[in-house]
Structures are given as C-alpha cells and as structure tokens.
Unconditional design. Structure first.
Length: 108
C-alpha cells in the first residue's frame, strides 16, 4: 500500500527542525489515511454481508462450493482486518506527531 509507505516515511522524518514535514503535509496524509480506512471498513462490511448470504443459501448449493467460498471470504476478511489494523496503527502514530507539532508551534 503506497499510502502506508508515505505514512512510514513521514514517521521516519524528524519531528522538528530541518527535514521535518510540514503540519499541512501530515494533515493531508492523515486525511488520505482516514479515507483509506473507510474504504477498508466498507470492504469488510461487504465481505461480512456476503458471508451471511452464503451461510443463508448454503442448503441451495453444493457443500464443496459453499466451503470454498466461505474459505475465500474468510481469507479476504482476515486480510482486510490486518490491513486495517496496520493502517490504524500508523495513523495513530502520525496523529501523535501532529499533536506534538501543534503543541510546539507558538500561537499566532
């Protein structure tokens, strides 16, 4: 995920002084990150709905077909959960950087 790489790059930069990212750059990346988190949450919801549909319709299809689809959906759900957890962790850390930067910036 290129966005995760971008967040990781920002987190590796110094928090202040030369080479520190601007607050605007941090906020823009946070916005993109939260938008991506919403996309992942929507994907999770679609997978969960499909899991429910497959379970409800299980008696109408072959057991092999149901098992295969449930397995695939379960893997996709696990992947989305993992991706979402990693993204949220990075966003939380970047949010901390933004909070510290704002606290250190004198009021105008």
């Amino acid at each position: 995920m290129p966005l995760r790489d971008e967040i990781a790059d920002l987190l590796r930069m110094p928090e202040d002084g030369a080479g520190a990212p601007s607050i605007a750059a941090i906020e823009s990346t946070l916005t993109d990150g939260y938008a991506e988190a919403l996309v992942l949450e929507a994907e999770r919801s679609r997978i969960e709905r499909r899991l429910g549909q497959v379970a409800r319709d299980a008696s109408e299809v072959s057991a092999h077909s149901v098992a295969a689809e449930l397995s695939e959906l379960s893997e996709r759900l696990d992947a989305a959960d993992g991706e979402l957890a990693r993204l949220r962790s990075l966003l939380q850390r970047l949010q901390g950087v933004r909070r510290r930067r704002r606290a250190a910036t004198p009021a105008r």
